[in-house]
Design a binder for this molecule. Structure first.
Ligand code: NAP
Length: 279
């Protein structure tokens, strides 16, 4: 591929999505209320939650955060989820993961009513997505779609390969791409000859949690490459895609940082507004 690829600007698109969510929130008779739940003091989780709360307030929504100690038991956290589920001021509930090891995250997530499930992680939300029915969608994969849409990417009939099959990213990403009429292949740790499967892709979405996993030999010249991975390195954030080599081959690429990352919180705000219409 000759020439530099188009580098998708997730920060700029996220700004637009946040502004749209704020404008829509302002039209509602009652402001949307986002209840984030943080259990314990994990530093990375605390930073994520702080950013979500800050953006929520900046968009004119209510910040109804709850912080529980790391020692909180399953019943105690479940009671908080139930209380928020019943509170009409709360239109969206987000249980920050990971939880301390003694807690069962699945059982707690399942207590979130589907119409307040702004992370899209309950089995009801996942089932609706799998069946192609309306519902709240997980923020990171819907952020990938919003990023592609902002650049006018046509997904219909595209050969899409998703690397990763997690409940949080890979599976819903594949379902969303299928919903948009892409032909979808899902890769995982047992996939034979990953580069050969990835080379089939017009659109390659990588969410494997392995720094630099995808190199130029896995990318068809001119393909669109979306990097969901986030890894901390001494000299900054890195993704699952080896940007220096892949950007010499790809036609379009999302950087890390500044690609998918900013879209995730923006989509949380969009989901919180959408959920406010459902409460
Ligand atoms: P995860 O739960 O660890 O899932 C990783 C997936 O990748 C699994 O399905 C695994 O396969 C697959 N995989 C691992 N090694 C592989 C390999 N060598 N070849 C092919 N597939 C491989 O991770 P996740 O929660 O989906 O997150 C993935 C990455 O995205 C992480 O870096 C995470 O930090 C990042 N992330 C970013 C955002 C954001 O806002 N930008 C949000 C969420 C996550 P198996 O199923 O076979 O084990």
């Amino acid at each position: 591929m000759s020439g530099a690829p188009v580098v998708l600007d997730g920060r700029a698109v996220a700004r637009e999505v946040r502004a749209k969510a704020a404008a829509e929130a302002a039209t509602l008779t009652r402001p949307p209320g986002l209840a984030t739940i943080l259990v314990g003091d994990d530093l990375a989780s605390a930073v994520y939650v702080r950013n979500k709360r800050r953006e929520c307030v900046a968009a004119g929504m209510l910040d109804l955060h709850r912080h529980l100690p790391a020692s909180a038991g399953q019943a105690e956290v479940a009671a908080v989820v139930d209380e928020l589920a019943a509170d009409p001021e709360v239109t969206g509930i987000l249980l920050q993961l990971p939880l301390p090891a003694h807690l069962d995250p699945v059982a707690l997530i399942e207590r979130i009513p589907p119409h307040k499930d702004v992370d899209g992680l309950t089995s009801a939300s996942a089932g609706r997505l799998a069946l192609g029915r309306p519902g709240l969608r997980p923020c990171t994969p819907s952020g990938v779609l919003a990023l592609l849409d902002a650049y006018g990417h046509d997904l219909s009939g595209a050969e899409a390969v998703v690397v990763g099959r997690s409940e949080l990213v890979g599976r819903p990403m594949a379902a969303l791409l299928l919903e948009r009429d892409a032909t979808v292949t899902i890769c995982h740790s047992r996939t034979r000859d990953l580069p050969a499967v990835c080379r089939r892709a017009d659109l390659l979405v990588v969410a494997a949690g392995r720094p630099g996993l995808i190199r130029a030999d896995a990318v068809r010249p001119g393909a669109t490459v979306i990097d969901v991975g986030i890894h901390r390195h001494p000299d900054g954030l890195r993704g699952d895609v080896d940007f220096p080599s892949v950007s010499r081959v790809a036609g379009v690429i999302s950087p890390v940082p500044g690609g998918v990352g900013p879209m995730t919180i923006a989509m949380l705000l969009a989901n919180t507004v959408a959920a406010a219409h459902l409460t």
